[in-house]
Design a binder for this molecule. Structure first.
Ligand code: UDP
Length: 421
Protein backbone atom coordinates (compact mmCIF):
# COMPACT_ATOMS: atom_id res chain seq x y z
CA UNK A 1 0.00 0.00 0.00
CA UNK A 2 1.22 3.53 -0.72
CA UNK A 3 2.62 5.17 2.37
CA UNK A 4 1.03 8.32 3.74
CA UNK A 5 2.84 11.36 2.36
CA UNK A 6 3.49 13.07 5.68
CA UNK A 7 4.55 10.02 7.64
CA UNK A 8 8.08 9.83 8.98
CA UNK A 9 9.93 7.08 10.85
CA UNK A 10 12.65 8.31 13.18
CA UNK A 11 14.86 5.32 13.91
CA UNK A 12 17.02 5.36 17.02
CA UNK A 13 17.68 1.73 17.90
CA UNK A 14 19.94 2.49 20.85
CA UNK A 15 18.50 5.82 22.04
CA UNK A 16 14.96 5.40 23.34
CA UNK A 17 13.09 8.73 23.10
CA UNK A 18 10.60 7.69 25.79
CA UNK A 19 12.97 6.79 28.65
CA UNK A 20 14.46 8.85 31.45
CA UNK A 21 17.35 11.00 30.26
CA UNK A 22 20.62 11.74 31.97
CA UNK A 23 22.29 8.43 32.67
CA UNK A 24 24.28 5.77 30.87
CA UNK A 25 23.68 5.81 27.12
CA UNK A 26 20.67 8.11 27.51
CA UNK A 27 21.54 11.68 26.70
CA UNK A 28 21.39 14.09 23.81
CA UNK A 29 20.36 11.59 21.14
CA UNK A 30 17.28 10.54 23.12
CA UNK A 31 16.34 14.18 23.71
CA UNK A 32 16.88 15.02 20.02
CA UNK A 33 14.68 12.23 18.70
CA UNK A 34 11.92 12.92 21.18
CA UNK A 35 11.87 16.70 20.73
CA UNK A 36 12.20 16.56 16.95
CA UNK A 37 9.39 13.97 16.91
CA UNK A 38 7.08 16.05 19.08
CA UNK A 39 7.80 19.27 17.17
CA UNK A 40 7.24 17.58 13.79
CA UNK A 41 3.94 16.15 15.06
CA UNK A 42 2.85 19.67 16.03
CA UNK A 43 3.57 20.70 12.48
CA UNK A 44 1.27 18.04 11.10
CA UNK A 45 3.62 15.10 10.54
CA UNK A 46 2.65 11.60 11.62
CA UNK A 47 5.71 10.58 13.58
CA UNK A 48 6.73 7.06 14.56
CA UNK A 49 9.89 6.90 16.66
CA UNK A 50 11.42 3.42 16.51
CA UNK A 51 13.73 2.17 19.21
CA UNK A 52 14.65 -1.13 20.86
CA UNK A 53 12.87 -2.86 23.69
CA UNK A 54 15.47 -3.00 26.45
CA UNK A 55 13.45 -4.36 29.37
CA UNK A 56 10.45 -6.67 29.85
CA UNK A 57 8.60 -4.00 31.77
CA UNK A 58 8.64 -1.53 28.88
CA UNK A 59 5.49 -0.95 26.85
CA UNK A 60 5.86 -1.92 23.19
CA UNK A 61 4.20 1.35 22.17
CA UNK A 62 4.15 4.69 23.99
CA UNK A 63 1.63 7.10 22.54
CA UNK A 64 2.93 10.64 23.20
CA UNK A 65 0.00 12.31 21.44
CA UNK A 66 -2.34 11.61 18.52
CA UNK A 67 0.45 12.06 15.95
CA UNK A 68 3.54 10.88 17.77
CA UNK A 69 4.47 7.57 19.32
CA UNK A 70 7.49 5.53 20.37
CA UNK A 71 7.54 1.98 19.04
CA UNK A 72 9.86 -0.54 20.68
CA UNK A 73 10.88 -3.45 18.48
CA UNK A 74 12.84 -6.50 19.56
CA UNK A 75 16.57 -6.94 18.90
CA UNK A 76 18.12 -9.47 21.25
CA UNK A 77 16.74 -10.20 24.71
CA UNK A 78 14.66 -7.42 26.32
CA UNK A 79 17.50 -6.26 28.56
CA UNK A 80 20.22 -3.62 28.58
CA UNK A 81 22.73 -4.27 25.79
CA UNK A 82 25.55 -1.74 25.45
CA UNK A 83 25.91 0.11 22.13
CA UNK A 84 29.13 -1.64 21.25
CA UNK A 85 27.41 -5.03 21.50
CA UNK A 86 24.22 -4.21 19.59
CA UNK A 87 25.39 -4.58 16.03
CA UNK A 88 24.84 -8.35 15.66
CA UNK A 89 21.16 -7.93 16.62
CA UNK A 90 20.38 -5.46 13.87
CA UNK A 91 19.22 -7.95 11.20
CA UNK A 92 16.57 -9.07 13.70
CA UNK A 93 15.61 -5.43 14.14
CA UNK A 94 15.18 -4.93 10.40
CA UNK A 95 12.91 -8.01 10.25
CA UNK A 96 10.81 -6.66 13.10
CA UNK A 97 10.54 -3.30 11.32
CA UNK A 98 9.33 -5.01 8.15
CA UNK A 99 6.85 -7.11 10.12
CA UNK A 100 5.51 -3.92 11.73
CA UNK A 101 4.95 -2.34 8.32
CA UNK A 102 3.30 -5.51 7.03
CA UNK A 103 1.01 -5.71 10.03
CA UNK A 104 -0.08 -2.08 9.63
CA UNK A 105 -0.48 -2.18 5.87
CA UNK A 106 1.90 0.62 4.89
CA UNK A 107 5.54 1.24 4.17
CA UNK A 108 7.52 4.29 5.19
CA UNK A 109 9.02 6.22 2.32
CA UNK A 110 11.18 8.35 4.64
CA UNK A 111 13.35 7.25 7.52
CA UNK A 112 15.53 9.55 9.58
CA UNK A 113 18.15 7.39 11.27
CA UNK A 114 20.16 8.33 14.35
CA UNK A 115 23.67 7.10 15.31
CA UNK A 116 25.63 4.58 13.25
CA UNK A 117 23.67 1.49 14.38
CA UNK A 118 20.46 2.91 12.95
CA UNK A 119 22.40 4.11 9.89
CA UNK A 120 23.01 0.42 9.14
CA UNK A 121 19.31 -0.35 9.64
CA UNK A 122 18.36 2.45 7.23
CA UNK A 123 20.84 1.29 4.60
CA UNK A 124 19.57 -2.29 4.87
CA UNK A 125 15.92 -1.16 4.57
CA UNK A 126 16.83 0.76 1.45
CA UNK A 127 17.86 -2.52 -0.15
CA UNK A 128 14.43 -3.94 0.67
CA UNK A 129 12.01 -1.13 -0.21
CA UNK A 130 12.01 2.28 -1.89
CA UNK A 131 12.80 4.92 0.67
CA UNK A 132 14.86 8.00 1.34
CA UNK A 133 17.27 7.96 4.24
CA UNK A 134 18.16 11.03 6.25
CA UNK A 135 20.84 10.49 8.86
CA UNK A 136 22.14 12.31 11.95
CA UNK A 137 25.35 10.86 13.40
CA UNK A 138 25.24 12.25 16.97
CA UNK A 139 28.82 11.04 17.32
CA UNK A 140 31.46 10.21 14.72
CA UNK A 141 33.69 7.20 15.32
CA UNK A 142 36.50 8.93 13.39
CA UNK A 143 36.55 11.74 15.96
CA UNK A 144 35.63 9.74 19.02
CA UNK A 145 38.41 7.19 18.57
CA UNK A 146 41.01 9.97 18.44
CA UNK A 147 39.96 10.97 21.93
CA UNK A 148 39.87 7.69 23.83
CA UNK A 149 42.56 5.28 25.01
CA UNK A 150 40.83 1.94 24.37
CA UNK A 151 39.45 1.44 20.86
CA UNK A 152 36.59 -1.12 20.99
CA UNK A 153 36.54 -4.21 18.74
CA UNK A 154 33.53 -2.84 16.84
CA UNK A 155 35.47 0.25 15.65
CA UNK A 156 36.32 -1.02 12.14
CA UNK A 157 32.71 -1.95 11.46
CA UNK A 158 31.45 1.40 12.78
CA UNK A 159 33.87 3.43 10.67
CA UNK A 160 32.86 1.49 7.55
CA UNK A 161 29.13 1.96 8.22
CA UNK A 162 29.59 5.68 8.88
CA UNK A 163 31.46 6.11 5.59
CA UNK A 164 28.92 4.09 3.57
CA UNK A 165 26.05 6.03 5.10
CA UNK A 166 27.61 9.40 4.30
CA UNK A 167 28.11 8.31 0.71
CA UNK A 168 24.68 6.76 0.14
CA UNK A 169 22.05 8.48 2.33
CA UNK A 170 19.79 10.92 0.50
CA UNK A 171 20.76 13.51 3.08
CA UNK A 172 23.03 13.78 6.09
CA UNK A 173 22.11 16.24 8.82
CA UNK A 174 25.19 17.78 10.45
CA UNK A 175 24.23 19.61 13.62
CA UNK A 176 27.09 22.12 13.35
CA UNK A 177 29.54 23.37 10.71
CA UNK A 178 32.28 21.73 12.80
CA UNK A 179 30.60 18.33 12.49
CA UNK A 180 30.26 18.81 8.74
CA UNK A 181 33.96 19.63 8.54
CA UNK A 182 34.82 16.45 10.46
CA UNK A 183 32.67 14.38 8.09
CA UNK A 184 34.43 15.85 5.08
CA UNK A 185 37.97 15.63 6.40
CA UNK A 186 37.76 12.34 8.30
CA UNK A 187 34.94 10.26 6.76
CA UNK A 188 34.36 10.96 3.07
CA UNK A 189 34.49 13.75 0.52
CA UNK A 190 31.26 12.57 -1.12
CA UNK A 191 27.69 12.65 0.17
CA UNK A 192 25.05 15.34 0.65
CA UNK A 193 25.22 17.24 3.93
CA UNK A 194 22.81 19.87 5.26
CA UNK A 195 23.48 21.75 8.49
CA UNK A 196 20.46 21.79 10.78
CA UNK A 197 21.33 22.32 14.45
CA UNK A 198 19.88 20.71 17.56
CA UNK A 199 17.36 22.70 19.53
CA UNK A 200 16.14 23.30 23.03
CA UNK A 201 12.92 24.06 24.82
CA UNK A 202 12.94 27.85 25.04
CA UNK A 203 9.79 27.94 27.17
CA UNK A 204 10.95 25.42 29.77
CA UNK A 205 14.40 26.97 30.26
CA UNK A 206 14.74 30.59 31.35
CA UNK A 207 11.36 30.91 33.05
CA UNK A 208 12.59 30.95 36.68
CA UNK A 209 14.48 33.70 38.51
CA UNK A 210 17.77 32.87 40.22
CA UNK A 211 16.50 33.87 43.66
CA UNK A 212 13.44 31.61 43.49
CA UNK A 213 15.53 28.74 42.14
CA UNK A 214 18.05 29.09 44.95
CA UNK A 215 15.33 29.18 47.56
CA UNK A 216 13.90 25.97 46.15
CA UNK A 217 17.32 24.28 46.21
CA UNK A 218 18.49 25.72 49.52
CA UNK A 219 21.42 27.62 48.02
CA UNK A 220 22.47 30.88 49.70
CA UNK A 221 22.51 34.13 47.73
CA UNK A 222 26.28 34.61 48.19
CA UNK A 223 27.29 31.17 46.91
CA UNK A 224 29.04 30.98 43.53
CA UNK A 225 27.52 28.00 41.81
CA UNK A 226 29.54 26.19 39.16
CA UNK A 227 27.26 23.67 37.44
CA UNK A 228 27.92 20.54 35.41
CA UNK A 229 24.99 18.69 33.84
CA UNK A 230 25.45 15.49 31.87
CA UNK A 231 26.26 11.86 31.84
CA UNK A 232 29.17 10.37 33.79
CA UNK A 233 31.47 9.45 30.94
CA UNK A 234 35.22 10.09 30.68
CA UNK A 235 34.67 11.87 27.36
CA UNK A 236 32.69 14.51 29.25
CA UNK A 237 35.84 15.76 31.00
CA UNK A 238 34.33 16.16 34.48
CA UNK A 239 37.81 15.61 35.91
CA UNK A 240 39.01 18.82 34.19
CA UNK A 241 36.19 20.77 35.82
CA UNK A 242 36.92 19.34 39.28
CA UNK A 243 40.62 20.17 38.94
CA UNK A 244 39.85 23.71 37.79
CA UNK A 245 37.53 24.30 40.76
CA UNK A 246 40.26 22.94 43.05
CA UNK A 247 42.61 25.58 41.63
CA UNK A 248 40.12 28.37 42.38
CA UNK A 249 39.56 26.96 45.86
CA UNK A 250 43.29 26.80 46.53
CA UNK A 251 43.69 30.34 45.20
CA UNK A 252 41.30 31.55 47.89
CA UNK A 253 38.05 32.09 45.97
CA UNK A 254 35.38 31.85 48.64
CA UNK A 255 31.75 30.65 48.62
CA UNK A 256 32.34 28.25 45.75
CA UNK A 257 29.78 25.51 45.22
CA UNK A 258 30.34 22.79 42.63
CA UNK A 259 27.24 20.90 41.51
CA UNK A 260 27.77 17.79 39.38
CA UNK A 261 24.35 16.68 38.12
CA UNK A 262 23.73 13.44 36.25
CA UNK A 263 22.50 9.92 36.85
CA UNK A 264 24.55 6.77 37.32
CA UNK A 265 24.12 3.17 38.29
CA UNK A 266 26.56 1.35 40.57
CA UNK A 267 28.65 -1.20 38.70
CA UNK A 268 27.87 0.24 35.24
CA UNK A 269 30.26 2.47 33.22
CA UNK A 270 28.65 5.64 34.55
CA UNK A 271 28.71 4.35 38.13
CA UNK A 272 32.44 3.67 37.85
CA UNK A 273 33.08 7.14 36.39
CA UNK A 274 31.10 8.74 39.21
CA UNK A 275 33.18 6.79 41.78
CA UNK A 276 36.36 7.98 40.07
CA UNK A 277 35.18 11.60 40.08
CA UNK A 278 34.11 11.39 43.73
CA UNK A 279 37.57 10.02 44.49
CA UNK A 280 39.23 13.03 42.84
CA UNK A 281 36.87 15.42 44.65
CA UNK A 282 37.93 13.80 47.93
CA UNK A 283 41.65 13.84 47.11
CA UNK A 284 41.51 17.53 46.24
CA UNK A 285 39.66 18.38 49.46
CA UNK A 286 36.50 19.59 47.74
CA UNK A 287 33.98 17.37 49.60
CA UNK A 288 32.44 20.19 51.54
CA UNK A 289 31.79 22.37 48.50
CA UNK A 290 30.68 19.66 46.05
CA UNK A 291 27.27 18.08 45.66
CA UNK A 292 26.11 15.22 43.46
CA UNK A 293 22.32 15.57 43.16
CA UNK A 294 22.04 12.56 40.82
CA UNK A 295 19.89 12.52 37.70
CA UNK A 296 18.08 15.81 37.20
CA UNK A 297 14.60 15.22 35.84
CA UNK A 298 12.67 17.48 33.46
CA UNK A 299 11.02 19.36 36.30
CA UNK A 300 14.10 20.17 38.37
CA UNK A 301 16.70 20.65 35.61
CA UNK A 302 15.59 24.24 34.71
CA UNK A 303 15.78 25.12 38.42
CA UNK A 304 19.43 24.01 38.62
CA UNK A 305 20.38 26.03 35.56
CA UNK A 306 18.57 29.07 36.93
CA UNK A 307 20.42 28.77 40.26
CA UNK A 308 23.88 28.60 38.65
CA UNK A 309 26.43 31.36 38.09
CA UNK A 310 28.19 29.46 35.35
CA UNK A 311 27.55 26.22 33.46
CA UNK A 312 30.65 24.26 32.45
CA UNK A 313 30.83 21.83 29.53
CA UNK A 314 34.36 20.40 29.70
CA UNK A 315 33.95 17.61 27.06
CA UNK A 316 36.94 16.17 25.22
CA UNK A 317 34.72 15.86 22.14
CA UNK A 318 31.18 17.09 21.57
CA UNK A 319 29.35 16.83 18.22
CA UNK A 320 26.77 19.38 19.41
CA UNK A 321 26.30 19.56 23.19
CA UNK A 322 22.70 20.24 24.22
CA UNK A 323 23.71 21.27 27.73
CA UNK A 324 25.42 24.43 26.43
CA UNK A 325 22.25 25.70 24.74
CA UNK A 326 20.05 24.70 27.70
CA UNK A 327 22.26 26.86 29.94
CA UNK A 328 22.19 29.70 27.41
CA UNK A 329 18.39 29.46 27.19
CA UNK A 330 18.44 29.80 31.00
CA UNK A 331 20.54 33.02 30.69
CA UNK A 332 23.58 31.38 32.25
CA UNK A 333 27.07 32.00 30.82
CA UNK A 334 28.84 28.89 29.56
CA UNK A 335 32.47 27.86 29.85
CA UNK A 336 33.04 25.06 27.36
CA UNK A 337 35.81 23.14 25.67
CA UNK A 338 36.99 24.62 22.43
CA UNK A 339 35.88 21.58 20.44
CA UNK A 340 33.22 20.45 17.95
CA UNK A 341 29.72 21.86 18.16
CA UNK A 342 30.60 23.89 21.25
CA UNK A 343 32.59 26.19 18.95
CA UNK A 344 29.34 26.81 17.10
CA UNK A 345 26.91 27.28 19.97
CA UNK A 346 29.09 29.23 22.42
CA UNK A 347 30.34 32.57 21.11
CA UNK A 348 33.46 33.48 23.11
CA UNK A 349 33.21 36.79 24.99
CA UNK A 350 29.56 37.06 23.84
CA UNK A 351 27.70 34.15 25.44
CA UNK A 352 30.51 32.54 27.44
CA UNK A 353 34.11 31.43 27.05
CA UNK A 354 35.94 28.57 25.37
CA UNK A 355 38.99 26.86 26.84
CA UNK A 356 41.21 24.10 25.43
CA UNK A 357 39.84 20.66 26.33
CA UNK A 358 41.55 18.95 29.31
CA UNK A 359 43.27 22.22 30.30
CA UNK A 360 42.22 22.79 33.90
CA UNK A 361 44.32 25.94 34.22
CA UNK A 362 42.49 27.56 31.30
CA UNK A 363 39.12 26.39 32.64
CA UNK A 364 39.93 27.83 36.07
CA UNK A 365 40.81 31.19 34.52
CA UNK A 366 37.65 31.28 32.40
CA UNK A 367 35.37 30.32 35.29
CA UNK A 368 37.06 32.88 37.51
CA UNK A 369 36.57 35.70 34.99
CA UNK A 370 32.84 35.01 34.97
CA UNK A 371 32.49 34.63 38.72
CA UNK A 372 34.45 37.84 39.28
CA UNK A 373 32.20 40.12 37.22
CA UNK A 374 28.50 39.62 37.81
CA UNK A 375 27.31 42.40 35.53
CA UNK A 376 29.34 41.02 32.60
CA UNK A 377 28.04 37.55 33.46
CA UNK A 378 24.48 38.87 33.20
CA UNK A 379 25.21 40.33 29.76
CA UNK A 380 26.70 37.03 28.58
CA UNK A 381 23.57 35.27 29.84
CA UNK A 382 21.21 37.67 28.05
CA UNK A 383 23.10 37.33 24.77
CA UNK A 384 23.10 33.54 25.15
CA UNK A 385 19.33 33.59 25.54
CA UNK A 386 19.01 35.73 22.43
CA UNK A 387 21.23 33.39 20.44
CA UNK A 388 19.16 30.37 21.43
CA UNK A 389 15.88 32.11 20.62
CA UNK A 390 17.24 33.06 17.20
CA UNK A 391 18.84 29.78 16.20
CA UNK A 392 18.12 26.82 18.47
CA UNK A 393 14.42 26.30 19.18
CA UNK A 394 13.03 22.81 18.48
CA UNK A 395 10.19 24.34 16.49
CA UNK A 396 12.70 26.08 14.20
CA UNK A 397 14.74 22.89 13.86
CA UNK A 398 11.61 20.87 13.02
CA UNK A 399 10.56 23.40 10.36
CA UNK A 400 13.93 22.97 8.65
CA UNK A 401 13.77 19.19 8.91
CA UNK A 402 10.17 19.23 7.64
CA UNK A 403 11.25 21.14 4.51
CA UNK A 404 14.00 18.62 3.92
CA UNK A 405 11.65 15.64 4.36
CA UNK A 406 9.09 17.17 2.00
CA UNK A 407 11.69 17.62 -0.72
CA UNK A 408 12.96 14.08 -0.35
CA UNK A 409 9.49 12.58 0.02
CA UNK A 410 8.38 13.99 -3.33
CA UNK A 411 11.49 12.51 -4.91
CA UNK A 412 10.85 9.04 -3.39
CA UNK A 413 7.19 9.01 -4.38
CA UNK A 414 8.17 9.98 -7.92
CA UNK A 415 10.74 7.18 -8.03
CA UNK A 416 8.25 4.60 -6.68
CA UNK A 417 5.73 5.68 -9.33
CA UNK A 418 8.34 5.34 -12.04
CA UNK A 419 9.29 1.85 -10.77
CA UNK A 420 5.61 0.82 -10.61
CA UNK A 421 4.88 2.16 -14.13
N1 UDP B 1 20.33 15.45 31.15
C1 UDP B 1 19.23 15.42 31.99
N2 UDP B 1 19.43 15.10 33.29
C2 UDP B 1 20.64 14.81 33.80
C3 UDP B 1 21.76 14.85 32.95
C4 UDP B 1 21.57 15.18 31.61
O1 UDP B 1 18.10 15.67 31.56
O2 UDP B 1 20.73 14.52 34.98
C5 UDP B 1 20.13 15.82 29.74
C6 UDP B 1 20.69 17.20 29.43
O3 UDP B 1 19.84 18.19 29.94
C7 UDP B 1 20.78 17.15 27.91
C8 UDP B 1 21.14 15.69 27.65
O4 UDP B 1 20.81 14.96 28.84
O5 UDP B 1 19.53 17.47 27.33
C9 UDP B 1 22.60 15.52 27.34
O6 UDP B 1 22.84 15.93 26.03
P1 UDP B 1 24.25 16.43 25.51
O7 UDP B 1 24.10 16.71 24.05
O8 UDP B 1 24.73 17.57 26.32
O9 UDP B 1 25.25 15.21 25.77
P2 UDP B 1 25.19 13.65 25.37
O10 UDP B 1 24.53 12.94 26.51
O11 UDP B 1 24.42 13.53 24.09
O12 UDP B 1 26.61 13.25 25.23
Amino acid sequence: MLEKQNRIALISVDGDPAIEIGQEEAGGQNVYVRQVGLALAQQGWKVDMFTRRSSKEQAAIVQHNANCRTIRLPAGAPEFIGRDELFSYLPEYVKAFQAFQQQHGFRYSLVHTNYWLSAWVGMRLKQLQPLSQIHTYHSLGAVKYRNIDEIPAIATKRLAVEKACLETAERIVATSPQEQEHMRSLVSTTGQIDIIPCGTDIDRFGAIEREAARQQLGIAANEKVVLYVGRFDKRKGIETLVRSVARLHAAGRTNLKLIIGGGSQPGRCDGRERDRIEGIVGELGLDTITVFPGRLDDRILPVYYAAANVSVVPSHYEPFGLVAIEAMASRIPVVASDVGGLQFTVVPEETGLLAPAKDDVAFAQAIDRILADSSWARKLGERGRQRVENHFSWQGVAIELGHLYTTLNSATVETSRAIAA
